[in-house]
Design a protein around this ligand. Structure first.
Ligand code: NDP
Length: 480
């Protein structure tokens, strides 16, 4: 049995309590590793290590810090197969997805910020004939990065890379449900000879490790991705301590389809947006709004495609839908399916747990599920389910589409499908969402601001936004 360890001050250390938690393979239901059930003292040790490492790390030229990240990116590439297999084992996602999306993106995150930091210039403001101002951006010190289970290494590195590039030292906590690739990344940090204490990883639960990090007075900023309720808890603790906060929270995203769309591409895009990673992506389009004149044709083609998605062992190359992340999460999603029925929804396809044969007999598999005939403002249509459950809703006018799309308290992402470019701009601007895709979904340029409005979060990640978050400005004004 694999025993993961915390990564403190450049070495692998058992939790001070000696307690471990079981870590389960979602595709089989088997325990495959034990992870540290860390506590406040482990967090304290990690923060001490990070504090000690900070002056030297912050003092390195940006290019040298960047080189460590580029080296880590190369090591991730060299270990692509191993990391992808680990991600699939830990999360239940199809291996093909881990190989083509999760792990390559983790590598890109490291490379992007490792090189980007060398182009991060400070600003100057001239007061003609009077003074010159220049603005220095300094690293904050010790920062915390807390990430969720749905895209484990992808989101873990998306936070760590800009934090380190900007000169901070990091204490990071991966989700206790999917800690394995973070542990493997620590091994790569040793191989890359990242100086001790620059990145520390503490495994364990949110209420213990996460909360201790948020409460720690020496942790200057929290970069968090996870659920909206957890985000609120974190903000309540961190705000009175005047910590910088970046909160990337939940979503209930609309896919808005007009009758003038490119039909085949739209159907394919809507299916991908609905069911990629078993619907467990904060950006998934779980409310599909379709112009009434296209509704029946779209429904037929959409259902046909959904019914041919291959659900199965995530290790099989043709599998498109793997396992949900845990039994508890599967039960939560199933409870939403019951709720949708109670709310009067018509089940068009799916709705059942799947028991596969062979090694995956006890895995957490669920059919892709589609409902229609639900009120726009019911719980199924407004609460985040975070699983393979979507609804179809017809609309008559653009105004109606916007009203339905904007009805939820979330405001993370949306996609718009039309060939009318004027409408595409108009609708995009009127959508209450931090990210809008037109005729595509989840196409990411790492330079763009990433984040949500309303209950979907505070702040933006990506590009300069991330480097700005992880630095503090100081203006120096020199009189001429
Ligand atoms: P959670 O909010 O439950 O957990 C996220 C992370 O926070 C985990 O590492 C968790 O630890 C930790 N945590 C839990 N409680 C606390 C606490 N009190 N203090 C500090 N940290 C804590 O989210 P999930 O892991 O369930 O992830 C799913 C959610 O993430 C969905 O709502 C999804 O929309 C959102 N998400 C948002 C994204 C975005 O960019 N906006 C992207 C991806 C996901 P542990 O797991 O050990 O409990």
């Amino acid at each position: 049995m694999l025993h993961l360890q915390n990564f403190l001050n450049g070495t692998f250390s058992p939790p001070i309590s000696g307690n471990y938690l079981p870590n389960i393979k979602p595709a089989t239901g088997e325990v495959f590793s034990q992870i540290p059930d860390s506590e406040e003292q482990d967090v304290q040790a990690a923060v001490e290590a990070a504090k000690a490492a900070f002056p030297a790390w912050a003092g390195l030229p940006a290019e040298k810090r960047g080189r460590y990240l580029v080296r880590l990116s190369e090591l991730i590439d060299q270990n692509l197969e191993r990391l992808a297999e680990a991600e699939t084992m830990d999360n239940g996602k199809p291996l093909s997805l881990a190989k083509t999306v999760d792990i390559p993106r983790a590598s890109s995150n490291m490379h992007f910020f490792g090189t980007g930091i060398q182009h991060f210039a400070s600003e100057a403001h001239m007061m003609e004939g009077v003074a010159v101002n220049y603005t220095v951006r300094k690293p904050l010190g010790v920062v915390a990065c807390i990430s969720p289970w749905n895209l484990p290494l992808y989101l873990f590195t998306w936070k760590i890379a800009p934090a380190l590039a900007a000169g901070n030292c990091v204490v990071a906590k991966p989700s206790e449900i999917t800690p394995y690739t973070a542990h493997l990344l620590a091994e790569l940090c040793v191989e890359a000879e990242l100086p001790a204490g620059v990145l520390n990883i503490v495994h364990g639960t949110g209420p213990k490790v996460g909360a201790a990090l948020v409460e720690h007075p020496d942790v200057k900023a929290i970069s968090f991705t996870g659920g909206t309720q957890t985000g609120k808890t974190i903000a309540r603790t961190a705000a009175p301590m005047f910590k910088k906060l970046s909160l990337e929270l939940g979503g209930k995203n609309a896919t808005v389809i007009f009758a003038d769309c490119d039909f085949e591409k739209t159907v394919a895009g809507a299916v991908q947006a609905a069911f990629a990673n078993q619907g467990q992506i904060c950006l998934c389009g779980s409310r599909i709004l379709v112009e009434r004149s296209l509704y029946d044709k779209f429904k037929e083609a959409f259902l046909q495609r959904v019914q041919t998605l291959t659900l199965g062992d995530p290790l099989q190359p043709d599998t498109k839908m793997g396992a949900l992340v845990s039994e508890a999460h599967l039960q939560k999603v199933l409870s939403y399916i019951e709720l949708a029925k109670e709310e009067g929804g018509t089940l068009l396809t799916g709705g059942e747990r799947v028991h596969l044969e062979g090694r995956c007999a006890n895995g957490y598999f669920l059919q892709p599920t589609v409902f229609e005939n639900l009120p726009h403002n019911c719980r199924t249509n407004t609460e985040e389910i975070f699983g393979p459950v979507v609804t179809l809703q017809p609309f008559d006018t653009e105004e109606e589409a916007l009203a339905y799309a904007n009805i939820t308290e979330y405001g993370l992402a949306a996609s718009v499908w039309t060939q009318d470019v004027t409408r595409a701009h108009r609708v995009s601007h009127a959508l209450q969402a931090g990210i809008v895709w037109v005729n595509t979904w989840l196409l990411r340029d790492l330079r763009t601001p990433f984040g949500g409005t309303k209950q979907s979060g505070v702040g933006r990640e990506g590009g300069w936004e991330a480097l700005r978050f992880f630095t503090e400005q100081q203006n120096v004004c020199i009189k001429i």
